[in-house]
Design a protein around this ligand. Structure first.
Ligand SMILES: [Zn+2]
Ligand SMILES: [Zn+2]
Ligand SMILES: [Zn+2]
Length: 294
């Protein structure tokens, strides 16, 4: 017999022997077809475009941990962003909804003040982050707000492309400190008072500081949670200042994942958009909202 035929025969017989006896495979026995991604500090070898939407459940699972939270490091290493088309329509819907709430006399005063301050707070944060924290070096804005500006510019420099922080990063750039939260209560109340007077709204003053405080707390807690998580620092960060990191805030949902991807986008596009982490409305209105490339 030809030696090659012998080899083929032997191969066929071993293959047949390996096959028998055939066992029925159940669903549990089957190997998972998707390989689990391992978070690594190494940059990815190829930067392939991200072909997934957060709304499509299947491919997203690649970047979602079993508890539903976003696996930020492997995600950030691959995510690419683009300007969201027709975002001003959303921005206009956002601002007109708020205006309707504020103007409607049938809605309780508390909620009208909440709408008014929500709009003012998010607009203020947007302007502050865009034009003060990212102001050009040496300009008057840069000089006035240097305390926040330097810290924030440092924060951008300290951030690696996969959102991890360089060694010796300044932890102060990660959190919204007590001074800023306290200032936002004072500024929020004052702006609210002035707007009520200027627009001649029939609203009492007394709920104003309560609304400001609630808004500042909601923003501070969520901001510190999301910003810490977006840089994957939740295990290592020690707080000295600012609203506490609340571990129990549920982030294993689509909304939290969406907010997280927005801030990852802010770094991915070098601070050219996605200025607000918690209240992304003004970004849509100003046309600076970047979404995941699909
Ligand atoms: Zn930032
Ligand atoms: Zn950041
Ligand atoms: Zn920034």
């Amino acid at each position: 017999m030809h030696p090659r035929r012998v080899a083929l025969l032997a191969l066929a017989s071993t293959a047949a022997a390996l096959q028998a006896p055939r066992q029925p495979t159940t669903a549990q026995q089957r190997q998972p077809t998707t390989t689990r991604r391992v978070a690594t500090l190494e940059p990815p070898t190829t930067k392939k475009p991200l072909r997934l939407k957060l709304t499509s459940p299947e491919p997203t699972n690649d970047f979602v941990k079993p508890d539903g939270t976003l696996d930020v490091i492997p995600f950030s290493a691959q995510a690419e962003y683009e300007l969201k088309p027709r975002q001003r329509v959303i921005g206009l819907a956002y601002i007109s909804t708020l205006c309707t709430i504020v103007a409607s006399s049938r809605i309780p005063a508390f909620f009208r003040l909440l709408g008014l301050q929500y709009a003012a707070f998010s607009a203020f944060e947007y302007c502050f982050h865009r034009w003060c924290m990212h102001s050009t070096y040496g300009t008057w804005r840069d000089k006035i707000f240097s305390r926040w500006n330097r810290l924030h510019v440092q924060h951008h420099l300290d951030t690696n492309p996969d959102m991890t922080m360089v060694e010796g990063y300044n932890w102060k750039g990660i959190r919204f400190n007590y001074l800023t939260s306290r200032l936002s209560v004072v500024i929020g109340s004052s702006v609210s008072y002035l707007l009520v007077k200027a627009l001649r709204l029939d609203l009492p003053f007394w709920p104003t500081p309560i609304v400001s405080w609630l808004l500042a707390m909601y923003h501070g807690v969520l901001w510190n949670k999301l910003h810490t998580d977006s840089h994957d620092l939740q295990e290592t960060l020690t707080w000295f200042d600012g609203v506490k990191y609340v571990r129990n805030i549920p982030t294993g949902n689509r909304y939290a994942r969406w907010l997280l991807t927005n801030h990852i986008g802010h770094h991915a596009i070098d601070g050219k958009g996605n200025y607000n982490i918690v209240f992304p409305g003004p970004d849509h209105l100003a046309g600076t909202f970047y979404q995941l490339k699909t």
